[in-house]
Design a protein around this ligand. Sequence first.
Ligand code: IVH
Length: 681
Amino acid sequence: MPSSIKKQIETLREQLRYHAYQYYVLDDPDIPDAEYDRLYKQLVALEEEHPDLVTSDSPTQRVGSSPLTAFEQIQHQMPMLSLDNVFNEEDLQAFDQRIHDRLNIDRVDGDSEIGYTAEPKLDGLAISIRYEDGELIYAATRGDGTTGENVTQNIRTLQSVPLRLLGDDYPQVLEVRGEVFMPKAGFDALNKKAKQAGEKEFVNPRNAAAGSLRQLDPAITATRPLSLYCYSTGIVEGGAEGNGLADTHYEILQQLKGFGLPVCSEIKKVSGVKSCLAYYEDILKRRDELPYDIDGIVYKVNDIALQNRLGFVARAPRWAIAHKFPAQEEVSRVVEVDFQVGRTGAITPVARLEPVFVGGVTVSNATLHNMDEIRRKDIRVGDQVIVRRAGDVIPEVVRVVPGSRKKQLPEIQMLSACPVCGSAVEQIEGEAVARCTGGLYCKAQRAEAIKHFASRKAMDIDGLGDKLVELLVEQELIHDVADLYQLTAEALASLERMGEKSAANLVAALAASKRPKLSRFIYALGIREVGETTAMNLANEFRTLKAIQTSEYESLLEVQDIGPIVAQHIVNFFQQPHNIEVIDKLLAAGIEVQEVEKRDPSELENSDFAGKTVVITGTLPTFSRGEAKDRLLAAGAKVTGSISVKTDFLLAGDKAGSKLNKAEKLGVTVIDEATMLEMLG
Ligand code: IVH
C-alpha cells in the first residue's frame, strides 16, 4: 500500500529531524545514538525499496551529488557585511558613544543603557543559507561580501544544518547567516588521523574548516567534523505580520533555534558597556574551555528598529562591533636556542625570541619541546617564527614563517654535556627527550627536586617558594631536601630580601611539615611518573615507608594503575644509594611519616565506593577537591579526570560545568559532598 508506505517514510523523517534537532541544536538528545541509527537504517531500507519516494530534504540525502569541477558563483541579494574591531575599553566606549549620538540618546549619569546582545566571535567562515518554504535551497560563502561560492552540497553534509526547517511558522524565504567552524576536539582528531597517515596536518581549526568546506567532493566534506552557529539573517520574506520575525536580535535568534537552526548557547542580552565588558572578561577566562575557537566578542544593538536607524558605513554595520581578544599567535624571530634542565633531568630546547606581545603578555622565551620537534618544524636560529600562547599554556614556537629564511642557517644540535653540571647527556632509544645523567648531583635537578618536595600537594611547606629554593641551592645552603630541616632562622634571615619574620615563619613551617602522610611523602620524593594517585595507591597497598622502599618489581605490578615502566622507575629510585641516603637523613632530621592504618579488608568491601570510578567537579562546600579525592581513594574508589560511560559517580560541587552536563547526559549518578560523607559512613 504505497500511501501507507509514504506515511511511514514521512514519519521516520520527522522523527529523525526531531532527534537531530534535540542532539545538534538543543544539545539534549533524548534517545541513544543506537536508536537513532536504527531509525535511520529503517528509512534507508524503505527508500531503497521505493526510490520514487526519495526527496532531497530526506535526512538520508545529505551526501547526494557527485564531485564538482568548480564552485559556481552566487550573488548575495543582501550583502554579507563584516565588522569593525575594537581592542580595548576606550574604543568600545567610543563605539557606544557614537550610538548614543546618532540615536540622540543621553547617557544617564554618564552610563550607557543601550541593550546589546553579546556573542562569541567564532573563528570560522561566514556562510549564508537560503530556505524557501522551509527547504534548504542553497548555501554560499561570504566571498567578497557581494558574490560568494555555491557550497550547497557541502553544507548539506553538516549534520547540524537542517535540510528542512522545523514547524510551519517560518518565513517563506529565510536566509540565515552564521559561522561554519570545526570544534577543537574534531580538529584534534582530524589532525591525529592525518599524522598517522603521514599526511599534512592543518595549522588551526579555522584553516581546517575552510579547507573542508571548499572540497569539490562532498563525500570528503561529509567526513569532516564541521559545525554551524547562526548569528543573523539575510533576506527574509513572506512571514506573518512584517516578515514574521521578532523585533529584537536576541528573540530572532531564539526563533531561528525554534526553526531547528543551531545557535550558540553563550549568547546573552546585556545592557551598557559595563556589562559588555563583564561578558568579555567572563568568556575570555573560559576561552580555552570552550569547545570551539573564538577570537573575540561581538556586541550588537538588540533592538532591530534601532539597528535600522543606525544603518551601515561602507561594509560594516554601525550597530555592531567586534571586541577582539589578544591574538594567540604572533610572528617573532629566534635569536638563540638554549637548553633547560628540568627536575627529572629532561633537557628542553628553548627559543630565545625577539620580545613579542602575544596572548596578552610579552613573550621572549618559547619552548621547542625536543629535538624531534625542532627537526620536524625545521627551526633554526635566525628564523622568523609563529609564536603561540594560548591561555596558561607555555608559549611555543608553532612553525617557521614559510619562505622567510633568506640565507642558509645551521641546524640546531643537542648538547653532549648538561649545561648545568657538565654530566653526559643521554637519549634513550625511542624516547624524544634527552636527559642529564647527573641525577641529584645536578644543581638544576636539585633545585627542581626541592621545589617539588616543598610544593602544596607534597610536603606543603608554606613560604618556601621557587625563588627561595633557587637562592638556597645557588648559595649552597642546601644540597638536598634533607638539608632544609637543618636551616636556622639566622641563616635564612641573612639571605637577601628575607626578613627575620619570614625566616622565623619558614622555620616554623618546616617544623609543621614533619609529620606527612605516607602518600604525600612518597609523592614528595619526586620518583619519575609517580603522581599523587600512584603515591596514594602505593601507600594504601604497602602502608609503611619501609615496605614501599623494599618492594619488589612484581609486587609493584599488583598495585592499581602501576605498569611495568612506573614499577621500574620505583625500583630504580630506591636502588640509588644517594636517594636512600637522603631518606635516612630526612628521618634522622625528625620526619615522622604517618603510616596507613591497617584496614580490615572486609571494611573496604563494604564501602559504597569500593571499586567504583568517581569524578570530582566544581567547588565543594567544605572539602578541597584534593581532600575529597584522598577520602575516596582511601575508601577504595578510583578517581579519574573525565566522565565516561564507565564513571559510577560524579561528585559535584558549586559551579560544576560541562562535566555535570555530560554526567546527566550519560546517566551517571551525581552526588554532592553530603551524600559522599553519608556513603563513606
Ligand atoms: S555578525 C552584520 N556575529 O566575523 C553582521 N559575525 O569580522 C555581520 N563572526 O564575517 C557579522 N562570529 O564571519 C557576526 N557572532 C557573530 C560572529 C561573526 C563570527 C565572523 C563573521 C563575519 C566576521 C566579521
